[in-house]
Design a protein around this ligand. Structure first.
Ligand code: FE2
Ligand code: FE2
Length: 347
């Protein structure tokens, strides 16, 4: 218990408080490097503090989403659809991306940012790093807000309603499945913490592509660029956070989490085929055609090679910490197609 809880009988924070035996004896924790904050100019430069609200204008040129970032668009059964359906697919892909972002920030990342900021995690962390988690919390809350705002603006402008917003995104369903395979609450909390480390060190990579897609409306590119600027700092923070907490973790937890990392990476990066299936059904595309589009677009090989190519910097952090030295962890990475046996190089 954290001390605060002792003031009460039955702490109200208990459900979200992972400060329970996560770490080994902290007095044995290795000497840490000084913390170099990336948030020194946060009050002047962060999106929530400095960027204007982005508005999608009626006469703005450009697409709602680049077809280059919608893999099903290249499939012949989609190519033969009307221009209206193809336009709807682009708009729904934007909605899917925005809904994914809003829920990732609110439902997952900010739970962990809050735990760090409030000292609920039993890790030895620099004081300034703990304080920076408040800034990340504000950033993520605003990322969720501007995503929801943009989604509503585009709905109002186009008259096209989001068809899959009521469906829980795949990554949340899968994360909960992975958490609940453990009965121990410490491990459930650690699974969420490591999912956040993974998402925060990977998201900056794919956010950097969309602003360069010239065919997309400038206002939408601006929203993604705003997000990318903040996430560049979050990436550095969570890479540093990983480096500091890994040596402090109990050996048993290290083994379990190491083995689970490929599943967490897949949970974050896998396509949400349930959402795509629901969307394509809404256009009246026959069931067998939908299944053919999904099966031929997202083969096991295509998905695993895409994921392997997306995790190069995360792979470097895992290697530097010796996480991939464990043969059981290596096996899980091999099986997931994320590690090549011949050279032990990720991707
Ligand atoms: Fe974010
Ligand atoms: Fe973030």
């Amino acid at each position: 218990m954290c001390g605060i809880a002792g003031l009460f009988i039955g702490c109200a924070l208990e459900a979200v408080c992972p400060k329970r035996l996560l770490a080994q004896d902290l007095s044995a924790a290795p000497e840490q490097e000084p913390y170099k904050s990336k948030f020194g100019d946060w009050y002047e430069r962060s999106t929530v503090r400095a960027a204007p609200r982005r508005m999608v204008l009626k006469d703005e040129q450009g697409l709602f989403f680049s077809p280059d970032f919608i893999p099903i668009m290249k499939h012949p059964l989609i190519q033969e659809q009307s221009d209206t359906v193809k336009r709807n697919i682009m708009v729904q892909q934007l909605y899917r991306y925005l809904d994914f972002t809003a829920k990732l920030e609110h439902v997952v990342v900010n739970r962990v940012a809050m735990s760090i900021a409030n000292g609920y995690l039993d890790f030895n962390l620099p004081r300034e790093m703990v304080f920076d988690a408040y800034k990340i919390y504000c950033d993520e809350a605003y990322h969720a807000l501007f995503s929801a705002d943009l989604l509503m603006q585009v709905e109002d402008l186009t008259g096209i309603r989001a068809v899959t917003q009521q469906l829980q995104p795949y990554f949340i369903r899968r994360l909960h499945e992975l958490q609940h395979q453990y009965s121990e609450s410490n491990l459930q909390e650690l699974v969420e913490i490591f999912f956040v480390i993974i998402s925060e060190t990977l998201i900056s990579g794919f956010l950097s592509d969309i602003p360069t897609a010239r065919d997309v409306k400038p206002s939408i590119r601006a929203v993604v660029r705003d997000h990318a600027i903040d996430e560049g700092k979050h990436h550095v923070y969570f890479a540093d956070f990983l480096k500091r907490i890994w040596p402090q973790l109990d050996r048993r937890y290290r083994k379990e989490i190491g083995k689970l990392l490929p599943s967490l990476i897949y949970a974050f990066l896998s396509p949400d085929v349930d959402s795509i299936r629901t969307e394509l059904s809404s256009y009246g595309i026959p069931r067998d055609h939908i299944e053919q589009v999904i099966a031929e677009t997202y083969t096991k090989e295509i998905v695993s090679s895409h994921i392997a190519n997306s995790i190069s910097s995360l792979g470097r952090y895992l290697r530097e910490l010796g996480i991939l030295d464990d043969p059981e962890v290596q096996d899980r990475f091999y099986e997931a197609g994320l590690l090549k046996r011949e050279d032990l190089i990720l991707g």
